[in-house]
Write a protein that binds this ligand. Structure first.
Ligand code: FCB
Length: 783
């Protein structure tokens, strides 16, 4: 076996889930699930319920050996328990027969997050009975399909279902209770144990569970897994690993919760819900562990950091962004993370069979008449397969690999905008089209491995070979020379289209009237905006390059540079422009918008206009801080405003005023000349001089707030005892001050991602509204 080949019998396939593809949520007696109304998008999805024969045919044509689908519990038990719905069972019966007829092994997942609403109404997963109902449901299904389905997975990613659904509230059912999250996790584990036992007793051939397992790394380890950790970092890595990975692995495979997790569970949820004997039930022997891997979790110690609601007990853990390439989800691409975790599982649980049950990526697919040339998805999967192959060579017992996912689908709370499919779905017509990645995967399956040569982006040579002409001819055609016959021209352009060949910008502009390049214009960065600017450059570049664009970075710091940039865009040397930030009262945004080239802004422009922008809810954030100060009993609150020509500052002031007004109070304001610490300190001195009984200061940015801390200390005021201080922006330094600063966190990476998406929509000619993202209050000691 070469290093690119896989062991004989290695299983290739894809995974899907019921709610994300089936649609047909109210036909043939299906009951409602917790997801039906939770996701804002319509639940029609891919209409797989009616189109499954076509989807099975696609898989057959691609050569899949296995298909992991999930069964919709409320389709089988509309009330979650009681009498099964015969029509629901019939559907899965037909699907399984169709698969077997196509030579594809059906792998059934029993729970992929779509709890029957009827069970949520009587308490959902925090209730122990839900586990029992699950086991009954598992058995009913096995009774009907057990003669033909050989592989059964009980749960998919219980961490996500429990902690995002019941803890952070970003998944259905949208509860925000750490206690409910821990209880749900335990009852899911119990459900797994009861169902696994029942299935095995009923004769099921192979029973497993699917976990989302993420390596937990520090930023430095992302580039070098062997990096030694400081004691503090080792502690936070272990905390998160216990919550996400070992909370599920250890009970299932060793019959015990990790010792370090028990006090955390007890603190949030008590331990009464963990009954004697539960862990014996949970630790049924497992035939197969399904591993879903997308990206690592990256953390480091940051003492004053508050807990993230998805990770109760994570006080002191900072979740970090890292400078790597990302998918359109913003998830760092770290293929070796997969081999790291497979090696770890094989080492820690020897003898356990593993399967990669999900791995794949969301990218912005460019669809044109010639197909969908998703080279980024191909490289993503290929790099992960190389990592997987390396783990096998080291002895990891990995039996198969299933791509997430077959079809572009309904990606939970994110809706239809995410594209994880090997197959493109046009949701207006339900037409399916194979992406290049599907054809590439078909070849991997045929070969039972990768080709030794890494696939390259198509070159002039490959186009020439495909069209049967010389390189020079291709060059002449893409450069628009008229000396080439119509016939040859057509052949070359067909090859260009089929291969997804992207000539260099200048050549391409002649062919397509497009430059395929985007100008990323940086005007003088805000003093506190460095992290944001860096993230925008990183994410926007990574995403737009992923969509086949080239980025030209341009600095707009002088009148001359403004002129040059406008001339560049007027000459159509860019297809689109990203401008950040536009908030000084200059006219660059307006001049650029007059060129007619799509323009998007980071930050709301000073002059009201129709230009689409991405911003955060500055006013909402300021309301949250002010209400927090009021709730702490503060009444004489001073605010330090930065320069008032900054739109963000105006909005923060407006939010502050609104909250004060609601409390029947008026503002005390001091203006800072700029956003420096010195200006913050000077403004604080003025505020305290004007009103010595002041009991709180809200600074419009963090640098100003750090200045306020200095001035308060000099004035002998104790923070927070006699003076609360809060800032805005949550720069790194905010958590390192003494005391740590209460601030408002703006989602840096999300802004950058939204910006890239907005521009791509504009380039496709779609109408797009501006995006305003929520800002989150981070409470530390200073207020
Ligand atoms: C996994 C889920 C799957 C899909 C992918 C992107 O966590 O199991 O349904 O959402 O992520």
């Amino acid at each position: 076996m070469s290093t690119a080949g896989f062991p004989e019998g290695f299983v290739w396939g894809v995974s899907t889930s019921a709610f994300q593809i089936e649609g047909a949520t109210s036909v043939d007696g299906r009951g409602p699930s917790i997801w039906d109304g939770f996701s804002a998008d319509r639940a029609e999805a891919c209409d797989h319920y009616h189109r499954y024969p076509e989807d099975v045919r696609l898989m057959k044509d691609l050569g899949m050996a296995a298909y992991r689908f999930s069964v919709s519990w409320p389709r089988v038990f509309p009330e979650g328990r009681g009498k099964p719905n015969p029509a629901g069972l019939d559907f899965y019966d037909r699907l399984v027969d169709e698969l077997l007829g196509a030579g594809i092994a059906p792998y059934a997942t029993l729970y992929h997050w779509d709890l029957p609403q009827a069970l949520e109404n009587v308490g959902g997963w925090p209730e122990r009975d839900t586990a029992r109902h699950f086991a009954d449901y598992a058995l009913a299904l096995h009774e009907r399909l057990g003669d033909r389905v050989g592989t059964w997975f009980t749960l998919n990613e219980p961490w996500v279902a429990a902690f995002l659904g019941y803890g952070a509230g970003i998944h259905a059912p949208g509860r925000t209770s750490a206690s409910d999250a821990f209880k749900s996790a335990h009852h899911m584990l119990l459900a797994h144990g009861l169902a696994a036992g029942a299935l095995r007793a009923a004769g099921a051939r192979r029973v497993g569970a699917v976990l989302n397992i993420s390596p937990v790394l520090t930023p430095a380890q992302v580039g070098d897994f062997t990096r030694e950790l400081s004691e503090e970092d080792a502690r936070v890595v272990s905390t998160i690993d216990a919550l996400v990975n070992r909370q599920f692995l250890e009970p299932m495979l060793r019959g015990a919760y990790p010792a370090e997790l028990l006090p955390v569970i007890e603190r949030h949820a008590g331990l009464e819900h963990v009954h004697d004997g539960d862990l014996d039930v949970i630790s049924q022997p497992l035939d197969l562990l399904g591993v879903n891997y997308y990206t690592p979790l990256v953390v480091q110690a940051q003492p004053s950091e508050p807990a993230d609601p998805a990770f109760p007990g994570s006080e002191g853990v900072l979740f970090c962004t890292v400078p790597t390439a990302v998918t359109a989800m913003g998830w760092p691409i770290v293929p070796d993370g997969l081999s790291l975790l497979l090696r770890r599982l094989s080492r820690e649980y020897p003898g356990l069979d593993l399967m990669v049950t999900e791995n794949g990526a969301d990218f912005v697919d460019v669809v044109n008449g010639n197909g969908i040339h998703d080279t980024d998805r191909i490289s993503f999967i290929e790099e992960h397969l190389r990592a997987l192959r390396a783990a096998i060579a080291d002895g990891a017992r990995v039996r198969g690999y299933l791509v997430w996912t077959l079809l572009d689908n309904l990606e939970w709370a994110d809706g239809y905008q995410r594209k994880f499919g090997l197959v493109h779905v046009d949701f207006a017509t339900q037409r399916r089209r194979l992406k290049d990645s599907a054809l590439w995967y078909r070849d991997v399956i045929r070969r039972n491995g990768l080709s030794d040569a890494r696939p390259k982006r198509p070159t002039l040579e490959t186009v020439a070979a495909r069209a049967g002409v010389s390189r020079a001819t291709v060059s002449r055609v893409v450069n628009g020379e008229s000396s080439v016959s119509q016939e040859v021209r057509t052949a070359v352009m067909r090859a260009v289209g089929e291969l997804g060949y992207v000539p260099n910008a200048a050549a391409r502009s002649l062919v397509t009237q497009r430059t395929n390049s985007i100008a990323l214009v940086l005007s003088v960065p805000r003093q506190s905006g460095d992290a944001l600017t860096a993230a925008v450059v990183q994410y926007v570049t990574s995403l737009l390059e992923g969509a086949g664009k080239q980025i030209t970075l341009m600095l707009a710091d002088t009148a001359e540079s403004h002129r040059r940039i406008v001339a560049h865009v007027e000459a159509r040397l860019a297809d689109g422009v990203v401008l950040l930030p536009p908030d000084r009262a200059d006219t660059l945004a307006e001049r650029l918008s007059r060129t007619g080239v799509p323009l998007v802004l980071l930050g709301k422009p000073a002059i009201a206009s129709m230009l689409p922008y991405v911003d955060v809810d500055h006013a909402g954030g300021a309301v949250a801080v002010t209400e927090h100060l009021l709730a702490r009993g503060r009444r004489r609150i001073g605010m330090i405003c930065g320069p008032m020509d900054l739109v963000a500052v105006q909005d923060r002031l407006a939010g502050h005023r609104t909250a004060l007004q609601r409390a029947g109070l008026g503002p005390h304001l001091a203006l800072a000349d700029d956003l420096s610490r010195a200006a913050g300190a000077a403004a604080t001195r003025r505020l305290l001089g004007d009103d010595p009984s002041l009991d709180a200061v809200f600074a419009a940015t963090d640098q100003l707030a750090i200045g306020a801390l200095q001035a308060a200390r000099e004035a002998g005021r104790r923070v927070p005892e006699d003076l609360s201080i809060a800032g805005f922006d949550d720069i790194d330094a905010a958590s390192a001050t003494t005391p740590g600063l209460t601030t408002v966190r703006v989602p840096v990476a999300d802004q950058a991602l939204a910006l890239a998406r907005l521009l791509l929509s504009r380039l496709e000619g779609r109408h797009t509204a501006s995006v305003v993202l929520p800002a989150r209050l981070v409470v530390r000691e200073s207020a």
